[in-house]
Design a protein around this ligand. Structure first.
Ligand code: BGC
Length: 264
């Protein structure tokens, strides 16, 4: 693409999309991400997470998702991948809702070896948080933002002046003697067949506990259920403003791709 400059012709390079992949409890979804626009470059492609979700089995499915986009991304470009686990130095440290084989697994290396290209691996909620800070509901927000993803579990991302403090894991805060996500996640709502009205008091308790402990400037709520946020967010009475994630369930894919490009 060209554009007239001052007496010369300036060539504007359009960067090729970077692949983002989100490994979840039920599905593994990916898409090339346009990092200039901060959105998916094409529709996402989703395959089921294998029922025995070991790192090796999951890596096989991730490779199929990558193959699906062969023509749309550079063969040597880095790939951003999220997992629902704490990740430090490329090693997955927890496995709340995935196979225990992920505990202390050199997962980033395993995936990079399988895919034959650089991989940046990070926690799923952290990826969603980074996306919302760069391109979404938390853009230009100063101070502390807490992005929560409501799904099978509760994921959290802590951002201070737009900078991620990784692996916050506030979904596991103990409230009334219970791991919070086992009471308030959207997965629990589904399992118990709770209406939004019935679920709201559980969310109320969760978010009031978090705001009393951390005093954020803003809560952003992501995960699949955020598409129905108008049915439950207005029921919450909080001091902190609370808004739905702009990129909803694609935030993880976008944030992972963005971080992979930054890290490369
Ligand atoms: C995990 C987190 C993850 C969240 C959302 C929790 O059970 O511990 O690492 O971010 O679920 O998937």
């Amino acid at each position: 693409m060209t554009e007239p400059g001052r007496g010369a012709t300036v060539t504007l390079m359009k960067t090729r999309p970077i692949l983002g992949i989100d490994i979840g409890g039920s599905g593994i979804k990916g898409a090339p991400v346009d990092l200039t626009a901060g959105e998916l470059a094409t529709d996402r492609f989703k395959l089921l997470t294998p029922s025995k979700s070991t790192p090796k089995n999951v890596a096989k499915v991730v490779a199929e998702v990558v193959d699906h986009f062969t023509d749309q991304v550079d063969a040597d470009a880095p790939i951003g991948i999220t997992v629902p686990a704490v990740v430090t130095h490329g090693v997955t440290r927890t496995a709340a809702n995935i196979d225990p084989e992920w505990l202390d697994c050199e997962a980033e290396k395993l995936l990079a070896d399988k895919l034959g290209r650089p991989v940046h691996l990070l926690n799923d909620a952290d990826a969603a948080g980074v996306c919302e800070a760069q391109f979404g509901a938390a853009q230009n927000q100063s101070g502390l933002v807490i992005v929560t993803t409501l799904g099978t579990g509760i994921g959290t991302a802590l951002l201070h002046n737009g900078v991620l403090i990784p692996n916050s894991e506030f979904g596991h805060i103990e409230i009334d003697g219970k791991d919070a996500e086992t009471v308030a996640s959207s997965g629990v709502r589904d399992k118990k067949g709770l209406s939004y009205k019935e679920w709201a008091p559980r969310l109320q308790k969760y978010y009031s506990t978090i705001e009393a402990l951390f005093w954020p400037e803003l809560f952003v709520v992501g995960g699949g259920v955020s598409r129905d946020s108008d049915k439950f967010l207005p029921r919450l009475d909080l001091r902190t403003p609370i808004v739905p994630a702009k990129h909803r369930n694609n935030a993880g894919i976008i944030g992972a791709a963005w971080l992979a490009a930054q890290t490369a």
